[in-house]
Structures are given as structure tokens and as C-alpha cells.
Design a binder for this molecule. Structure first.
Ligand code: SF4
Length: 284
């Protein structure tokens, strides 16, 4: 079997920097670090960080002292204040693009706009944008049905911002609905890294020589799931975390295996999957 990787895949710049910052912290002897939430949405990276002596916690209260590490997804601004008030040190790995969305939202809110975040209310990036805001000042939406349930006459000016890892095209109908109800300005906050991975996955999936696609990434990674959704429109596609998830029967009569990976998937996991496919191919 031949393995054909997408033109763009895997770690984006923001995640690469976050990963490097935490590793540098550990290398320089940092022994009191706690990462709030997964540093990136990938279980292997979380394990790797634990082995380096930098475990993950899920609540602020689990970090009584030491260095609190904020992930690439960012946190609500009040988390910084909470840590500072308690004398904790902060290692902030929030991606600059995420900070751009915070700033854009603040500017729009100050100009009197009602904020609409397109994204998952449970996603940490979206929690970062919304938790400190007055609940009356924003909505989080993903479907037209959710938008229809709201009386938009109350909001004469609306600013739409997207969770950076989404595919904006999938939410055009929501934005069009809003535009039919009120005055909308739409901030293009989709991250180029996500889009590049998505475009490359689409290209790979329509490659007539590719028989099957492996999409590698963490179970909780929204952008990995999006890649999988794109690929499975055109080809049999499997979402896997690593080589242990591969099954022999997927590869019967497969000649070319396409490979792509989410923005939180480290290079070594992709290499391991490729190696495992080659071993399967060799009958190993
Ligand atoms: S996907 Fe984009 S916004 Fe998110 S961490 Fe990576 S570079 Fe930053």
C-alpha cells in the first residue's frame, strides 16, 4: 500500500508554539506547572506532558499554587485575574488568533453590537469568549433552528464571530437567517490553519487514486472531526487516535491510503500510523 499524506495536516502554528512553550518550561526545570484543560485536544500530548512532569487539571481550584498554564484555546480573562490574586505564576500559551477574537468581540460589544458566537458552547475557546460576559449580551449558535427561537428585533446590530476551528461555509445558512432579521456584520475569525487543513483534506478525498482515508486526532478535537466529515463525503474514512485503532479488514483491496490529521495531532503520531500501515502492507 502507498501512503499519501494531505498537502497540509497536523499541528498548526498556535499549537506548535503551545507545545514548545510547555516543553521548554519542563526542560528549564519547571516542576510546579499545571495545565488547565488539555494543552491541545490530544490525549497523547496530555500523556507526554505528564511524563515531562506537567500534569493537566480541569478546574482552576485544582491549582492551589505554582505555575498555571493556559492552553492555546485561551481562557476567560477572569481566569488571569483569579490566578494573579492567588499569587500563581501564569504561562500563557493562548494562540494570538484567539486573542484577536477576544479583542474583536470587545470592540463590537463596546460599539453596541449584540454578539453571536458561532460554535459549540462547551468548547473551551467559546467558553473563553463568553464566560465573563453578561449573558444578555451574546448568543452562541450553530443551527438555524436555534436562531429562529430568538426575537432578533431586540438586537438591531449583531456581530457574528466564529470559533476559529469551524468551517464557515457550514454556517452560512445561520448567518443568512440572521441577516434576514437584523443588521449583521460578520467577522472572519476562522483560522487559516484550520482552513488549509480542510482544503487539503478535501483535495485528498477527491484524489481518484486514494481508496481510503485515515484521519488522525484526539477524540475531543473538533477540527479533527471536521476533517473526518469532509473526507467521508467522498471516501471511506476512519477517525483514529493512533496505530492501535487500525483494523486489518479496512485495508482489503486498498492500494492508496490517504492520511490527514487534526491541528492538535503531533507529528510523531502521524509517523507511527504511517509506519503501522506500511507494516500491515508488508504483512507484518
Ligand atoms: S487552529 Fe488556528 S487559532 Fe487554533 S491554535 Fe491553531 S493557529 Fe491558533
Amino acid at each position: 500500500m502507498e501512503v499519501r499524506r494531505a498537502e497540509k495536516y497536523g499541528f498548526c502554528a498556535g499549537v506548535r508554539v503551545a507545545d514548545q512553550k510547555v516543553k521548554a518550561f519542563a526542560r528549564q526545570g519547571g516542576r510546579d506547572g499545571l495545565i488547565l484543560g488539555q494543552i491541545v485536544h490530544n490525549e497523547r500530548v496530555v500523556e507526554e506532558m505528564e511524563e515531562l512532569g506537567v500534569p493537566t487539571v480541569h478546574e482552576l481550584e485544582q491549582a492551589p499554587d505554582g505555575t498555571l498554564i493556559f492552553s492555546a484555546h485561551g481562557v476567560p480573562p477572569s481566569f488571569h485575574a483569579w490566578a494573579r490574586e492567588r499569587g500563581l505564576k501564569i504561562l500563557d500559551t493562548t494562540c494570538p488568533f484567539v486573542y484577536d477574537v477576544h479583542e474583536e468581540a470587545d470592540r463590537a460589544a463596546a460599539a453596541g453590537a449584540h454578539l453571536v458566537f458561532i460554535g459549540s458552547p462547551e468548547h473551551r475557546e467559546v467558553i473563553g469568549y463568553t464566560r465573563d460576559r453578561d449573558p444578555a449580551s451574546y448568543h452562541v449558535l450553530t443551527t438555524v433552528a436555534e436562531a429562529e427561537a430568538i426575537d432578533w428585533t431586540e438586537y438591531p446590530l449583531v456581530k457574528v464571530l466564529y470559533q476559529t476551528t469551524l468551517n464557515a461555509e457550514e454556517y452560512e445558512d445561520v448567518v443568512r437567517y440572521l441577516e434576514s432579521r437584523t443588521e449583521v456584520s460578520d467577522a472572519d475569525t476562522i483560522c487559516y490553519a484550520t482552513k488549509e487543513n480542510q482544503d487539503a483534506a478535501r483535495e485528498l478525498s477527491v484524489d481518484p487514486e486514494v481508496d481510503l482515508i485515515l484521519v488522525i486526532g484526539g477524540k475531543q478535537s473538533a477540527n479533527t472531526r471536521h476533517l473526518w466529515e469532509i473526507c467521508r463525503e467522498s471516501k471511506p474514512s476512519y477517525l483514529i487516535q493512533g496505530p492501535a485503532d487500525l483494523r486489518d479488514d479496512w485495508f482489503a483491496s486498498v492500494r492508496v491510503v490517504g492520511v490527514t490529521a487534526g491541528a492538535s495531532t503531533p507529528d510523531y503520531v502521524i509517523d507511527e500510523v504511517e509506519q503501522a500501515v506500511r507494516e500491515l502492507s508488508a504483512g507484518g
